[in-house]
Design a protein around this ligand. Structure first.
Ligand SMILES: Cc1cc2nc3c(=O)[nH]c(=O)nc-3n(C[C@H](O)[C@H](O)[C@H](O)COP(=O)(O)OP(=O)(O)OC[C@H]3O[C@@H](n4cnc5c(N)ncnc54)[C@H](O)[C@@H]3O)c2cc1C
Length: 500
């Protein structure tokens, strides 16, 4: 909303500093860090504001799905994650689901969120992003021609920032969303899960167990700490705000499982619920939203973190083009239409899973039917692709083609004498015009800084057989496939990369 003025509390007195930058990113969680790296990769000045004084050490998400792994591969970041364990056995609402799919990274990769964040932070800072920890944003103001923001820093210091754009990656209780009064429609919490890490108890392992009175999970880690998670069917959401007391969790655990864990020592207590909301608009003039700031969901199946990272990946190249003046009309708005549609689809599958997992005995017939259907490979692959993020197809226009709008499949290629993969060819952060088996059509020389033209030969049988060339956006999505249709290529280049 250009020209909207949104103000927070008056800043405290203290040393003042003014920063002129190109993009302000609020929040150095996974979304903010990946976005900052994507912008810095393209030479954009980016300042990240983070209210924490240091890294977040809290245990949160622990799963990276296949599409996120492909995205990290396309930025050369997988090696930094080490060798995380992977489990191809996933679930849909607690019903076992094999996640095997045609990708080099099928399944759930177990990476602690703290690790993902440290890898992304090192990458973004190495590319030149400016991270200001200990700075809490309290004011944001879209002036039409630019954005102004203010934050309070250490010892009450005041930081004023001016930039072309501001992106709110400030999480589920987003300050920017509140300051903007942005519409955030959805459904309030109706069910909640209580969690605790408990030392000194010895109870049986329970994997997604539905018992007569509720749902229970118990998993003991190598250090002997047991994580318990419990929901009582039909229980109301607790009325008091904040985390539950351990006594409440132990009482619910006793009612559902019959086991007494009151003798244990709680190391961490937590809860999450099924509140489900999606911003009505991801773009408000020069202010945009990504990650949990844009959508609120139950973290079932580990999709929340993956959704946040993929928002940032979609936005990065579009915002960079808007800042450096090369963006064609509509490019930045396509972030809203593309990612809001994906957000709505993921939130719908999460709602379905929450019902299947936490609904009472009345959902048993539905679970039985779904378990039967999942035995059919078409159903299994459809659900697995949905959870893994591999089913995403954007509306990119042009003639119908199975790859149009989908992500470029991962392929082994030979380029000159070098064997590489499609992910390697995306590492520059530019677009890719890939000729398969012969040179791609020529491009205007002035587009060379936006699109790499590469001739490659697939090393193995390829899902691209019969497709002589593809044009790929910097986020890995195919926007043109073909051979002789020079007009179609010119249209796709103009729509996604602008004029020379
Ligand atoms: C306890 C817990 C358990 C979770 N478990 C799971 C799980 O098992 N699986 C799963 O997929 N997801 C889980 N999640 C969700 C997952 O952590 C989020 O989806 C993910 O972190 C979203 O990333 P983000 O970058 O959008 O937001 P966040 O990670 O929330 O990052 C937002 C950042 O903005 C900063 N910030 C906020 N306000 C301001 C301000 N005014 N000024 C400056 N900085 C600000 C915050 O300090 C924070 O660092 C869990 C979350 C929590 C809290």
């Amino acid at each position: 909303m250009a020209g909207a003025h949104t103000h927070g509390p008056t800043p405290q007195a203290g040393p003042a500093e003014t920063v002129d930058t190109q993009v302000i990113v609020v929040g150095a969680g996974p979304a903010g860090l990946l976005l900052a790296g994507e912008l810095a990769l393209r030479g954009i000045q980016v300042t990240l504001l983070e209210r924490r004084h240091g890294p977040d050490t809290a245990s949160r998400a622990s799963t990276l799905h296949a599409r996120t792994m492909e995205v990290l591969d396309s930025r050369g970041l997988l090696a930094d994650l080490g060798s995380p364990p992977c489990e191809v056995r996933g679930h849909f609402g607690g019903i076992p689901l094999d996640l095997t799919l045609p990708t080099p990274y099928p399944g759930q990769w177990k990476v602690a969120q703290t690790r993902t964040e440290s890898v992304l932070e090192e990458w973004a800072l190495g590319l030149g992003a400016d991270l200001r920890c200990g700075h809490t944003l309290h004011t944001v103001d879209d002036r039409g021609s630019h954005v102004e923001a203010a934050a309070t820093g250490r010892r009450g210091g005041r930081l004023t920032l001016r930039a072309a754009y501001l992106v709110a990656c400030d999480g589920q209780d987003s300050t920017v969303r509140r300051l903007m009064g942005a519409a955030f429609p959805g459904t309030p919490a109706a069910r909640e899960l209580l969690r605790a890490d408990v030392d000194g108890i010895d109870i049986p392992t329970r994997r997604f167990e539905r018992l007569p009175g509720g749902f229970a999970v118990a998993a003991r880690n190598p250090a002997g700490i047991t994580r318990v998670m419990v929901h009582e069917f039909g229980a109301e959401v607790r009325q008091h705000a904040g985390n539950p007391h351990f006594e409440e969790i132990a009482a619910a655990w006793k009612r559902v499982t019959g086991e007494d864990i009151t003798g244990g020592t709680p190391l961490w207590v937590n809860h999450f619920d099924d509140e489900n909301r999606l911003l009505a608009r991801y773009r408000h003039g020069r202010i945009l939203f990504a990650g949990d700031a844009a959508h609120r969901q139950m973290p079932i199946g580990g999709q929340a973190l993956n959704l946040a990272l993929q928002d940032a990946h979609n936005l990065g190249f579009k915002l960079a083009a808007a800042v450096d003046g090369t963006a064609p009309a509509g490019l930045l708005d396509s972030y809203d239409s593309e990612r809001r549609a994906v957000g709505a689809a993921v939130l719908a599958n999460i709602r379905a899973q929450a019902l299947l997992l936490l609904g009472g005995p009345e959902v048993e017939p539905l679970r039985t039917v779904l378990a039967e259907l999942i035995a059919y490979d078409d159903v299994r692959t459809r659900l697995a692709a949905m959870i893994s993020g591999l089913d995403i197809r954007y509306d990119v226009g042009g003639p119908e083609h199975p790859l149009g709008g989908a992500r470029l499949p991962h392929l082994g290629l030979r380029v000159a004498d070098i064997v590489c993969t499609t992910a390697d060819l995306l590492r520059s952060g530019r677009g890719l015009l890939l000729g398969l088996g012969g040179p791609p059509p020529p491009l205007h020389a002035h587009l060379a800084d936006r699109i790499d033209s590469v001739t490659a030969h697939p090393v193995h049988a390829s899902p691209l057989a019969g497709t002589p060339a593809v044009l790929v956006r910097p986020d890995g999505h195919v926007v043109w496939t073909g051979g002789g249709d020079g007009e179609g290529l010119a249209r796709a280049v103009a729509r996604w990369f602008g004029s020379p």
